[in-house]
Design a protein around this ligand. Structure first.
Ligand code: GAR
Length: 190
């Protein structure tokens, strides 16, 4: 029996800051994690997270041009034998054609308790609706926005004193905690 698991070649897609990317890179370096991050792709060449990935000696690709972003990305995914894509703050919607052509799993992290609040401004909507809880979900990506099977979610209490910023901060903290767990859970059950 192998002592450590065979890691899946993973690409992370980002659009900005990349704090979830950082938490995934940290996780991937652990001996018993099930992923190896080979490639980071962004639709924003200035994304802060790309700099971090570059510093971690991971291959990076940034392209803001809609027309060839998906085609070039598909070529790179093939070149690097990528088995899994993790969207981490990736704010572009992938086309059905891309999802079909990649043909392997794509996971996404979304800052709400899905199926509540698909799309944007999740924390603002939760506060406005006077919800008692907010949270984050990791789900499989399908052609329908934020609608694939949920793999893991965790909630946090919304306090009367919370505003969008404070809630975002609280939820982000649990995002960093649950995304690595959700990936390993998903790959274990494949
Ligand atoms: C995270 O809160 C993530 O859940 C959200 O963007 C943020 C990215 O932060 N994703 C979405 O809203 C996707 N619909 P990060 O760049 O620091 O990881």
């Amino acid at each position: 029996m192998e002592k450590y698991p065979c890691k899946k070649n993973t690409a992370v897609f980002i659009s900005g800051r990349g704090s979830n990317l950082k938490s995934l890179i940290k996780h991937s370096k652990k001996k018993n994690s099930l992923i190896k991050i080979i490639l980071v792709i962004s639709n924003n060449p200035d994304a802060e997270g790309l700099k971090y990935a570059f510093g971690s000696k991971i291959k990076i690709y940034g392209n803001k041009h809609k027309s060839n972003f998906e085609n070039k990305s598909l070529k790179l995914l093939k070149k690097y034998n990528i088995d899994l894509i993790c969207l981490a703050g990736f704010m572009k919607i992938l086309s059905g054609n891309f999802i079909k052509k990649f043909s392997k799993p794509i996971l996404n992290i979304h800052p709400s308790l899905l199926p509540k609040y698909k799309g944007l401004n999740t924390h603002e909507r939760a506060i406005k609706n006077k919800d008692r809880f907010a949270g984050a979900s990791i789900h499989k990506v399908t052609e329908k926005l934020d609608s694939g099977k949920v793999i893991l979610q965790k909630k946090v209490k919304i306090l009367k004193t919370d505003n969008v910023r404070s809630l975002e901060k609280k939820v982000l903290k649990i995002e960093h905690e649950i995304y690595p767990k959700a990936i390993d859970k998903f790959l274990t059950n494949l």
